[in-house]
Design a protein around this ligand. Structure first.
Ligand code: G3P
Length: 237
């Protein structure tokens, strides 16, 4: 499963990229507004930092406006994937942009039938918002299960991009179901790294290491290990 960062914050994006952790970025108008910066230059900067798809959301309500924005957005950078909402107008725009070879992420998907329509319109990604369903006491992960079954039954190539992820269990379960991608806030990505046994284990290793006398801890060039032969075997001395 690919992991995307759901953020328009350059610091967070740089940090996640430095871990080798992310395959792409998703943004939405809320995330962009949080940064308080001009939209287009910000999106271009994000594209330069990430070696993968970057979702950029349209802000028109009608298909004509979405298509116009979509064409401009897609021309900004090869990484751009245009985001359209799961409305009738959004489906019209998705169909046309997809026919023009522009990749579309259909967003705000809350039901299997909506997902089916997005796939039929030619969506490249469809984004089920699982956390927002959970907020209403509905099972967000069940939506991903249903979408997976439908897309497999009819061999749709549309990828499932699990979105509105709130915690690590969402990520793990989405991976078990077979979602193609999970996009998450930086806070959740950080939670995936952490484990108290890793921290405790590292503390123990490093405090044991401190007990070694200084001369036994030398590791620089003067005490480099014996060179290996071409076959990789260590020379016996
Ligand atoms: O990018 C869309 C999505 O991930 C939003 O998440 O937490 O606002 O429901 P959230």
């Amino acid at each position: 499963m690919k992991l995307f960062l759901d953020s328009a914050n350059l610091k967070e994006i740089d940090e996640a990229v430095s871990w080798g952790a992310i395959d792409g970025v998703t943004t939405n108008p809320t995330l962009v507004a949080k940064e308080g910066r001009e939209f287009v230059p910000l999106m271009k900067e994000i594209c330069e930092r990430v070696n993968g798809p970057v979702s950029m959301e349209t802000v028109s309500r009608d298909a004509a406006g979405m298509m116009e924005e979509g064409r401009v957005f897609a021309a900004l950078h090869q990484h751009i994937v245009v985001k359209c909402p799961l409305t009738k107008e959004g489906l019209k725009a998705t169909r046309q942009l997809s026919r023009e070879g522009i990749r579309v992420n259909v967003t705000l998907c809350f039901s299997p039938n909506q997902a089916l329509l997005a796939a039929k319109a030619g969506a490249y990604f469809v984004s089920p918002f699982i956390g927002r369903l959970d907020d209403l006491s509905q099972d967000g992960l069940q939506l991903i299960r249903d979408m997976k079954t439908i897309f497999m039954n009819y061999r749709f190539s549309t990828q499932i991009l699990a979105a509105s992820i709130r915690h690590p269990i969402h990520v793990m379960e989405a991976a078990k179901i077979g979602a193609d991608i999970a996009t998450m806030p930086f806070s959740v990505l950080e939670m995936l790294v952490k484990h108290p046994l890793t921290d405790a284990g590292l503390e123990r290793f490093l405090s044991d290491w401190e007990r070694l006398p200084a001369e036994a801890k030398r590791w620089k060039a003067s005490s480099a290990p014996t060179p290996r032969s071409k076959a990789g075997a260590v020379h016996a001395s």
